[in-house]
Design a protein around this ligand. Sequence first.
Ligand code: OAD
Length: 249
Amino acid sequence: MQAPIQELIPAELQSRFAKARNVLVLTGAGVSAESGVPTFRGGGGAAVWKGMPFDVISSAGMVQQNLQAVWEWFDYRRNLLSELVPNAGHLTIASWQERFPEFTLVTQNVDGLHQKAGSKNVIELHGNIWRARCIACESRFDLRISHPRPDNCISCGERLRPDVVLFGEMLPAGAFELAAERAVRCDLCFVIGTSALVYPAASIPEIAKSAGAYLCEVNPERTPLSNICDEVLSGSAGAILPLIGAATN
Ligand code: OAD
Protein backbone atom coordinates (compact mmCIF):
# COMPACT_ATOMS: atom_id res chain seq x y z
CA MET A 1 0.00 0.00 0.00
CA GLN A 2 1.30 3.48 -0.87
CA ALA A 3 2.19 5.83 2.01
CA PRO A 4 -0.16 8.80 2.46
CA ILE A 5 1.09 11.99 0.78
CA GLN A 6 1.55 13.60 4.19
CA GLU A 7 4.23 11.02 5.00
CA LEU A 8 6.11 11.45 1.71
CA ILE A 9 6.55 15.19 2.15
CA PRO A 10 8.23 16.09 5.45
CA ALA A 11 5.99 17.99 7.88
CA GLU A 12 8.43 20.90 8.17
CA LEU A 13 8.33 21.46 4.41
CA GLN A 14 4.53 21.16 4.33
CA SER A 15 4.28 23.79 7.00
CA ARG A 16 6.78 26.14 5.28
CA PHE A 17 4.94 25.70 1.99
CA ALA A 18 1.56 26.44 3.59
CA LYS A 19 2.84 29.64 5.24
CA ALA A 20 5.22 30.91 2.56
CA ARG A 21 4.58 34.40 1.18
CA ASN A 22 7.50 34.73 -1.20
CA VAL A 23 8.71 31.67 -3.09
CA LEU A 24 11.56 31.37 -5.57
CA VAL A 25 12.18 28.33 -7.76
CA LEU A 26 15.41 27.70 -9.68
CA THR A 27 15.18 24.97 -12.31
CA GLY A 28 17.64 23.15 -14.52
CA ALA A 29 17.58 20.55 -17.26
CA GLY A 30 16.28 17.83 -14.91
CA VAL A 31 12.83 19.42 -14.75
CA SER A 32 12.48 18.82 -18.51
CA ALA A 33 13.98 15.31 -18.48
CA GLU A 34 10.56 13.68 -18.10
CA SER A 35 9.36 15.60 -21.15
CA GLY A 36 12.12 13.94 -23.17
CA VAL A 37 14.71 16.73 -23.17
CA PRO A 38 18.17 15.25 -22.57
CA THR A 39 20.08 16.70 -19.62
CA PHE A 40 23.59 18.07 -20.14
CA ARG A 41 25.37 15.92 -17.58
CA GLY A 42 24.84 12.35 -16.46
CA GLY A 43 22.68 9.75 -18.18
CA GLY A 44 25.42 8.19 -20.29
CA GLY A 45 27.55 10.95 -21.75
CA ALA A 46 27.32 14.49 -23.00
CA ALA A 47 25.53 15.50 -26.18
CA VAL A 48 27.57 15.47 -29.38
CA TRP A 49 26.64 17.10 -32.70
CA LYS A 50 28.48 15.98 -35.84
CA GLY A 51 31.42 14.85 -33.74
CA MET A 52 31.59 18.08 -31.72
CA PRO A 53 30.84 18.10 -27.96
CA PHE A 54 27.96 20.44 -27.03
CA ASP A 55 30.31 22.90 -25.34
CA VAL A 56 32.19 23.33 -28.64
CA ILE A 57 29.23 23.64 -30.99
CA SER A 58 27.42 25.85 -28.44
CA SER A 59 30.29 28.26 -27.97
CA ALA A 60 30.94 31.93 -28.58
CA GLY A 61 33.94 30.93 -30.71
CA MET A 62 31.76 28.82 -33.01
CA VAL A 63 29.44 31.81 -33.65
CA GLN A 64 32.50 33.64 -34.98
CA GLN A 65 33.90 30.68 -36.92
CA ASN A 66 30.83 28.97 -38.28
CA LEU A 67 27.45 30.53 -37.48
CA GLN A 68 25.80 28.23 -40.03
CA ALA A 69 26.89 25.15 -38.02
CA VAL A 70 25.60 26.74 -34.81
CA TRP A 71 22.21 27.32 -36.47
CA GLU A 72 22.11 23.73 -37.77
CA TRP A 73 22.58 22.48 -34.21
CA PHE A 74 19.95 24.82 -32.80
CA ASP A 75 17.50 24.12 -35.66
CA TYR A 76 17.92 20.42 -34.92
CA ARG A 77 17.27 20.96 -31.21
CA ARG A 78 14.23 23.20 -31.85
CA ASN A 79 12.84 20.61 -34.18
CA LEU A 80 13.10 17.93 -31.47
CA LEU A 81 11.60 20.26 -28.86
CA SER A 82 8.62 21.23 -30.99
CA GLU A 83 7.08 17.78 -30.38
CA LEU A 84 7.57 17.85 -26.60
CA VAL A 85 5.07 18.90 -23.97
CA PRO A 86 5.41 20.07 -20.36
CA ASN A 87 5.32 17.40 -17.67
CA ALA A 88 3.77 17.34 -14.21
CA GLY A 89 6.79 19.18 -12.80
CA HIS A 90 6.41 22.17 -15.15
CA LEU A 91 2.63 22.22 -14.60
CA THR A 92 2.96 22.16 -10.82
CA ILE A 93 5.48 25.01 -10.85
CA ALA A 94 3.13 27.00 -13.11
CA SER A 95 0.29 26.47 -10.62
CA TRP A 96 2.43 27.85 -7.78
CA GLN A 97 2.52 31.34 -9.32
CA GLU A 98 -1.13 31.83 -8.30
CA ARG A 99 -0.64 30.31 -4.89
CA PHE A 100 1.77 32.72 -3.22
CA PRO A 101 1.62 36.52 -2.86
CA GLU A 102 5.05 36.68 -4.52
CA PHE A 103 6.52 34.04 -6.77
CA THR A 104 9.61 33.98 -8.98
CA LEU A 105 10.66 31.29 -11.42
CA VAL A 106 14.28 31.39 -12.51
CA THR A 107 15.37 28.84 -15.08
CA GLN A 108 18.58 27.79 -16.75
CA ASN A 109 16.55 25.98 -19.39
CA VAL A 110 16.23 27.35 -22.89
CA ASP A 111 13.48 24.95 -24.04
CA GLY A 112 10.47 27.19 -23.32
CA LEU A 113 8.56 24.37 -21.58
CA HIS A 114 7.88 26.42 -18.45
CA GLN A 115 6.12 29.03 -20.58
CA LYS A 116 4.28 26.29 -22.48
CA ALA A 117 3.03 25.05 -19.08
CA GLY A 118 1.69 28.54 -18.30
CA SER A 119 4.51 30.09 -16.26
CA LYS A 120 4.73 33.85 -16.72
CA ASN A 121 7.56 36.35 -16.19
CA VAL A 122 10.14 33.58 -16.17
CA ILE A 123 13.66 34.84 -15.54
CA GLU A 124 15.68 33.06 -18.23
CA LEU A 125 19.31 33.03 -17.16
CA HIS A 126 20.53 31.26 -20.31
CA GLY A 127 18.17 32.66 -22.94
CA ASN A 128 15.58 30.85 -25.02
CA ILE A 129 16.02 28.57 -28.01
CA TRP A 130 12.79 29.92 -29.52
CA ARG A 131 14.31 33.38 -30.03
CA ALA A 132 16.92 34.74 -32.45
CA ARG A 133 18.97 37.85 -31.74
CA CYS A 134 20.71 40.22 -34.11
CA ILE A 135 24.49 40.13 -33.63
CA ALA A 136 24.64 43.90 -34.25
CA CYS A 137 21.54 45.71 -32.94
CA GLU A 138 20.32 42.95 -30.58
CA SER A 139 16.74 43.01 -31.93
CA ARG A 140 15.00 39.79 -30.98
CA PHE A 141 12.74 37.59 -33.10
CA ASP A 142 10.26 34.95 -31.99
CA LEU A 143 11.06 31.80 -33.95
CA ARG A 144 7.70 30.26 -33.10
CA ILE A 145 6.04 32.71 -35.44
CA SER A 146 8.84 33.32 -37.98
CA HIS A 147 8.73 30.62 -40.67
CA PRO A 148 11.08 29.93 -42.28
CA ARG A 149 13.70 31.01 -39.74
CA PRO A 150 15.10 34.36 -40.92
CA ASP A 151 18.88 34.57 -41.42
CA ASN A 152 19.06 38.34 -41.17
CA CYS A 153 17.70 41.06 -38.94
CA ILE A 154 14.70 42.88 -40.38
CA SER A 155 15.76 46.08 -38.56
CA CYS A 156 19.40 46.37 -39.67
CA GLY A 157 20.07 43.46 -42.03
CA GLU A 158 22.89 41.95 -39.95
CA ARG A 159 23.10 38.24 -39.19
CA LEU A 160 20.93 36.61 -36.53
CA ARG A 161 22.13 34.13 -33.94
CA PRO A 162 20.32 32.00 -31.34
CA ASP A 163 19.30 34.12 -28.30
CA VAL A 164 20.95 31.64 -26.00
CA VAL A 165 23.93 32.01 -23.69
CA LEU A 166 26.76 30.02 -25.24
CA PHE A 167 29.92 28.79 -23.59
CA GLY A 168 32.29 31.68 -23.08
CA GLU A 169 29.49 34.26 -22.94
CA MET A 170 28.00 36.49 -20.26
CA LEU A 171 24.43 36.11 -19.03
CA PRO A 172 21.81 38.49 -20.49
CA ALA A 173 22.13 41.93 -18.92
CA GLY A 174 20.14 42.22 -15.72
CA ALA A 175 18.83 38.62 -15.56
CA PHE A 176 21.13 37.41 -12.80
CA GLU A 177 20.82 40.68 -10.87
CA LEU A 178 17.01 40.42 -10.90
CA ALA A 179 17.12 36.77 -9.84
CA ALA A 180 19.57 37.59 -7.02
CA GLU A 181 17.39 40.46 -5.82
CA ARG A 182 14.36 38.13 -5.68
CA ALA A 183 16.45 35.42 -3.96
CA VAL A 184 17.34 37.80 -1.13
CA ARG A 185 13.64 38.44 -0.47
CA CYS A 186 12.17 34.92 -0.71
CA ASP A 187 11.27 32.89 2.36
CA LEU A 188 11.13 29.51 0.62
CA CYS A 189 13.45 28.49 -2.22
CA PHE A 190 13.32 25.34 -4.34
CA VAL A 191 16.23 24.17 -6.44
CA ILE A 192 14.94 21.60 -8.89
CA GLY A 193 16.66 19.41 -11.47
CA THR A 194 20.00 21.14 -11.67
CA SER A 195 23.47 19.71 -11.09
CA ALA A 196 24.30 23.12 -9.54
CA LEU A 197 27.69 23.11 -11.23
CA VAL A 198 27.23 26.14 -13.45
CA TYR A 199 27.71 29.60 -11.98
CA PRO A 200 26.39 32.18 -11.45
CA ALA A 201 23.05 30.27 -11.69
CA ALA A 202 24.03 27.95 -8.84
CA SER A 203 24.64 30.91 -6.55
CA ILE A 204 20.93 31.86 -6.55
CA PRO A 205 19.97 29.21 -3.94
CA GLU A 206 23.09 30.09 -1.96
CA ILE A 207 21.99 33.74 -1.88
CA ALA A 208 18.48 32.74 -0.78
CA LYS A 209 19.82 30.52 1.98
CA SER A 210 22.28 33.15 3.22
CA ALA A 211 19.43 35.65 3.41
CA GLY A 212 17.43 33.29 5.62
CA ALA A 213 15.23 31.30 3.21
CA TYR A 214 14.32 27.66 3.77
CA LEU A 215 16.00 25.74 0.95
CA CYS A 216 14.61 22.55 -0.59
CA GLU A 217 16.24 20.53 -3.36
CA VAL A 218 14.37 18.13 -5.66
CA ASN A 219 16.71 15.86 -7.60
CA PRO A 220 17.28 12.10 -7.90
CA GLU A 221 20.98 12.74 -7.26
CA ARG A 222 22.87 14.76 -4.69
CA THR A 223 24.54 17.96 -5.83
CA PRO A 224 27.11 20.39 -4.38
CA LEU A 225 24.15 22.33 -2.94
CA SER A 226 22.62 19.35 -1.11
CA ASN A 227 24.66 19.99 2.02
CA ILE A 228 23.32 23.50 2.53
CA CYS A 229 19.70 22.49 1.86
CA ASP A 230 17.21 22.25 4.71
CA GLU A 231 15.42 19.48 2.85
CA VAL A 232 16.54 17.20 0.01
CA LEU A 233 13.73 15.33 -1.75
CA SER A 234 15.35 12.54 -3.69
CA GLY A 235 13.39 11.70 -6.82
CA SER A 236 12.06 13.09 -10.07
CA ALA A 237 10.46 16.51 -10.31
CA GLY A 238 7.40 15.13 -12.11
CA ALA A 239 6.68 12.69 -9.29
CA ILE A 240 7.57 14.86 -6.29
CA LEU A 241 6.36 18.38 -7.10
CA PRO A 242 2.65 17.50 -7.43
CA LEU A 243 2.86 15.88 -3.99
CA ILE A 244 4.17 19.07 -2.38
CA GLY A 245 1.16 21.01 -3.58
CA ALA A 246 -1.29 18.22 -2.79
CA ALA A 247 0.09 17.65 0.70
CA THR A 248 -0.62 21.23 1.70
CA ASN A 249 -3.97 21.79 0.00
P1 OAD B 1 22.65 19.21 -15.85
O1 OAD B 1 22.51 18.30 -17.00
O2 OAD B 1 24.01 19.64 -15.43
O3 OAD B 1 21.97 18.56 -14.56
C1 OAD B 1 20.71 17.98 -14.63
C2 OAD B 1 20.29 17.60 -13.23
O4 OAD B 1 18.96 17.13 -13.28
C3 OAD B 1 21.13 16.48 -12.59
O5 OAD B 1 21.51 16.89 -11.28
C4 OAD B 1 20.18 15.30 -12.54
O6 OAD B 1 20.40 14.48 -11.39
C5 OAD B 1 18.84 16.00 -12.44
N1 OAD B 1 17.69 15.24 -12.94
C6 OAD B 1 17.66 14.31 -13.91
N2 OAD B 1 16.40 13.87 -14.10
C7 OAD B 1 15.62 14.56 -13.23
C8 OAD B 1 14.23 14.56 -12.94
N3 OAD B 1 13.38 13.78 -13.60
N4 OAD B 1 13.78 15.39 -11.98
C9 OAD B 1 14.64 16.20 -11.30
N5 OAD B 1 15.95 16.24 -11.53
C10 OAD B 1 16.45 15.43 -12.48
O7 OAD B 1 21.71 20.47 -16.16
P2 OAD B 1 21.76 21.93 -15.55
O8 OAD B 1 22.10 21.91 -14.12
O9 OAD B 1 20.50 22.60 -15.97
O10 OAD B 1 24.05 26.09 -19.78
O11 OAD B 1 22.96 22.57 -16.36
C11 OAD B 1 23.26 23.90 -16.16
C12 OAD B 1 23.74 24.52 -17.43
O12 OAD B 1 24.81 23.73 -17.95
C13 OAD B 1 22.73 24.54 -18.56
O13 OAD B 1 21.79 25.59 -18.47
C14 OAD B 1 23.61 24.71 -19.75
C15 OAD B 1 24.77 23.79 -19.40
O14 OAD B 1 25.99 24.27 -19.78
C16 OAD B 1 24.05 26.72 -20.95
O15 OAD B 1 23.69 26.20 -21.98
C17 OAD B 1 24.55 28.12 -20.86
